[in-house]
Design a protein around this ligand. Structure first.
Ligand SMILES: Cc1cc2nc3c(=O)[nH]c(=O)nc-3n(C[C@H](O)[C@H](O)[C@H](O)COP(=O)(O)O)c2cc1C
Length: 495
């Protein structure tokens, strides 16, 4: 077994091994050009990660810029999660569901052992304007560093370290704005520190192993550090090191970390920003302002960038399809509901948020309706999710064609669609107007399972016999047919 990925450089080597990394040696402008290339590249299949080795313009630290990290690639999502790149989707989701049950606390290393301390800049020598910080979209309010990042804050009451993926907008030579939507853990930490009349420390890894973005963007319990979940996924503790100008523990193997302080009530206008919905988000508004006190970095640091856009160019779509689904599956399983065969958060549905598909083996009357209601409202699935679809066990929830077939042949809209109203939504859903309405949403629960009342007499599906499938699959190559025989989800029982 390969040892777990230790840092972004090892992650890049793995992406390269599977043929999913492109290095661009020619100068490319961080102002809208890198994001444009990423937007277009994400539409190709396969869609590689892209490392811009020569950002055009100021680049005092010799930084390189990585985009389309996991992107729409299931393979890069799998390697980021320490799984084989060709793991089938439902199996990958099942494994992640199990991995999230294990937590391993981080391991503190000395400063001498921490690659991120190769170079340090502090005080007046800090000039963020000499970094190739990109502008993603033409109407963005500024340039954004730290989009595919890990932001660390400490709970002022119980001392646990939150690791969250949040964007940071350049606000001058040594200041950045930290955008946090209501209820986010870092915002709660900041607000409670301010209530005590105290400034708060913050650190942000702007270049890091993408696992941190995958884990940092999930909603975990408020009193458990994401460092522990990242350790659980890796199967070993995450090495962390004490900051030099803050009391935080920062990822020791990161490429580039900033440390800073947010003074009491210190904010500055930030935004708008092209969001995961594929639309610009909220208009410019006040966001906590970070005074940067130190920059630590490895030689030629690699900065990790996450484009938010329509599918498939939205960085979070591909990995949310797996991680959000794993959380929902875990939540339903914890409640003791039997028969769940797979869960999928469709990546095309606005960053993986908009649609949940659950496949189940119907075991009793009302089972599908119960699963629909739960998948819609468990903590892992309640935010935004607008369309929840239940399918039988012979339908692969990750195969859009099969799901649409089930909708068309097993769902009678007049009987099979329920609406939940006044549910948890987001100010970013453009479908609700005027915008003040947006925090309360609605959800359609769509039962595309065979009607339980008529299960025994439901029209018989035409299926291949397993013995025949095996025979033709074995001869596939000899017969001169392309590739290998595709798998099928169900067979006609042998007589
Ligand atoms: C690439 C990416 C960028 C994100 N940027 C932000 C952001 O700027 N502000 C924010 O509040 N949430 C952002 N999110 C969502 C949060 O990461 C997510 O809600 C996470 O659960 C927050 O962590 P917390 O639960 O510890 O607060 C982003 C997610 C991704 C994948």
């Amino acid at each position: 077994m390969q040892r777990p990925i230790q840092d972004l450089r090892e992650w890049l080597a793995r992406a390269d091994q599977i043929g999913e990394l492109v290095r661009v040696a020619q100068p490319v402008d961080p102002d809208e050009e890198m994001s444009a290339i990423t937007y277009l590249l994400a539409k190709k299949q396969p869609s590689p990660a892209v490392l811009f080795e020569q950002p055009a313009g100021a680049n005092a630290l010799g930084a390189r810029m990585l985009w389309n990290l996991a992107g729409p690639s299931l393979k890069r999502t799998a390697i980021s999660l320490e799984e084989a790149p060709d793991t089938p989707t439902v199996e990958l989701i099942r494994r992640v569901k199990e991995k999230f049950k294990t937590r391993i606390p981080p391991r503190e290393v000395t400063r001498a052992e921490a690659p991120v301390y190769e170079h340090t800049i502090t005080g007046r020598d800090i000039d963020l304007t000499t970094l190739p910080i990109p502008r993603h979209w033409p109407l963005d309010g500024g340039k954004y560093a730290g989009t595919g990042d890990a932001v660390i804050t400490k709970d002022p009451d119980n001392g646990y370290l939150n690791v969250g993926t949040y964007r940071m907008m350049l606000q001058g030579t040594s200041q950045v704005g930290l955008y946090l939507s209501p209820g986010k853990d870092a915002l709660l930490h900041i607000q409670r520190s301010w209530q005590k009349g105290e400034p708060i420390h913050v650190a942000a890894a702007w270049g890091i192993d993408p696992l941190f973005m995958l884990v940092g963007s999930q909603k975990f319990p408020k009193d458990i550090s994401e460092y522990e979940y990242a350790g659980g996924v890796k199967g070993e503790p995450i090495p962390v090191v004490r900051g030099t100008t803050t009391d935080l523990l920062i990822p020791a193997n990161a490429e580039l970390v900033i440390e800073g302080t947010i003074d009491v009530n210190s904010t500055k206008a930030e935004g708008p920003f092209g969001e995961f919905t594929g639309y610009y988000g909220k208009p410019e508004a006040a966001a906590p302002l970070v005074d940067v006190t130190a920059i630590h970095y490895r030689s030629n640091p690699i900065i990790t960038n996450a484009l938010m856009a329509d599918y498939p160019s939205c960085e979070q779509s591909g990995f949310f399809a797996v991680l959000r689904a794993a959380r929902i599956w875990n939540d339903i399983e914890k409640l003791g509901v039997p028969g769940i065969m797979g869960v999928y958060s469709h990546p095309a549905a606005a960053g993986g948020f908009g649609m949940t598909i659950v496949s189940l083996e119907q075991k009793y009357p009302g089972h599908a309706a119960q699963v629909l209601a739960l998948a819609a409202q468990v903590p892992g699935g309640a935010y935004f999710g607008k369309f929840i679809i239940a399918v039988d066990e012979d339908v692969d929830p990750t195969d859009t064609d099969q799901v649409i077939w089930a909708l068309s042949t097993r769902c009678n809209p007049v009987d099979a669609i329920e609406i939940l109203r006044n549910t948890w939504s987001t100010g970013l859903d453009p479908a609700q107007n005027p915008p003040e309405k947006r925090l309360y949403g609605s959800k359609a629960l769509i039962n595309a399972c065979k009607e339980h009342r008529h299960l025994k007499t439901f029209s018989k599906r035409s299926l291949l016999r397993k013995s025949v499938y095996d025979k033709v699959a074995a001869r596939w190559k000899d017969l001169g047919l392309p590739g290998t025989a595709p798998g099928v989800a169900a067979y006609e029982p042998e007589p």
